[in-house]
Design a protein around this ligand. Structure first.
Ligand SMILES: C[S@@+](CC[C@H](N)C(=O)[O-])C[C@H]1O[C@@H](n2cnc3c(N)ncnc32)[C@H](O)[C@@H]1O
Length: 237
């Protein structure tokens, strides 16, 4: 055990293109001896891991942390505490740990929960965040269209628990971003069709990655088999 605790950094590494990491995040990534990230699924590397891979040195320890995609609070809390314990082992040895998270580290990111659990386990640990390029902003760049202008109101729905939430958002905002849209795309399409908003709606998948795809004529796409990394932007008017 080292007297001095290591520090935990949460860095947003952007939406996919490794060049969309900020200079500050890159310096932090290359300085820390231990690099943690969410473990991938089905034997494939995760998104954050793939983004940082070109920047890592062979001597850096890579620490995949397992986070389940479930709603159950107990299962989630158990996973966050287990991940925090793994991180704490390095911190108590005086080693700094950087956690790479896709997009921005404060925007619907696992880092929030990991940081809370680490702080519970290591109340004296220093934890810092380095912001990153989040997916709605990267989507606007990919579409070549500003996300918002002048006095437009923006609503971001992280996940649609009810279709009512979308109806309310479309009533109240000029621009609506739907994250995690893949699972509910068919229902969303029906609502956009009824409101005659399909022409002003676009889906972007794997933004800024080599396999980025833009669907901009949604009239022709009542059904789409979309990946998890998909978001939909509606410019209502
Ligand atoms: C848990 S949230 C993570 C958000 C992330 N921290 C950010 O800053 O964008 C995951 C959702 O963000 C959106 N997303 C994140 N990265 C994306 C990308 N590269 N392409 C398309 N959608 C993305 C998708 O809607 C996905 O379901």
């Amino acid at each position: 055990m080292n007297d001095k605790l290591g520090q935990l950094w949460g860095i947003g590494v952007g939406p996919g293109d490794p060049e969309l990491i900020t200079v500050k995040a890159l310096h932090c990534l290359q300085r820390c001896p231990v690099v943690a990230f969410p473990a991938g699924r089905h034997g494939r590397p995760g998104m954050a891991q793939t983004i940082v891979a070109p920047w890592l040195q062979p001597e850096q320890v890579q620490l995949p942390l397992w986070f389940p995609y479930v709603q159950d609070a107990t299962t989630l809390e158990t996973a966050w505490q287990a991940a925090a314990t793994q991180v704490s082992e390095y911190l108590t040895q005086g080693q700094d740990v950087v956690f790479a998270t896709e997009g921005d580290a404060s925007f619907y990111s696992t880092f929030t929960y990991l940081a809370q659990a680490v702080q519970q386990q290591q109340p004296w640990a220093q934890i810092q965040t380095v912001p990153g390029v989040c997916s709605p902003l990267a989507a606007a760049a990919a579409l070549g269209q500003p996300l918002t202008v002048q006095h437009q109101r923006l609503t971001i729905l992280p996940v649609m628990h009810t279709l009512e939430a979308l109806e309310t958002a479309l009533d109240q905002a000029e621009v609506v971003v739907l994250m995690k849209v893949a699972a509910v795309y068919a229902q969303v399409w029906q609502i956009l069709q009824r409101r005659e908003l399909l022409a002003q709606s676009r889906v972007v998948t794997h933004i800024s990655g080599a396999d980025q795809r833009i669907y901009d004529n949604l009239d022709n796409h009542p059904q789409l088999s979309l990946p998890y990394f998909s978001l939909l932007i509606v410019h209502c008017g």
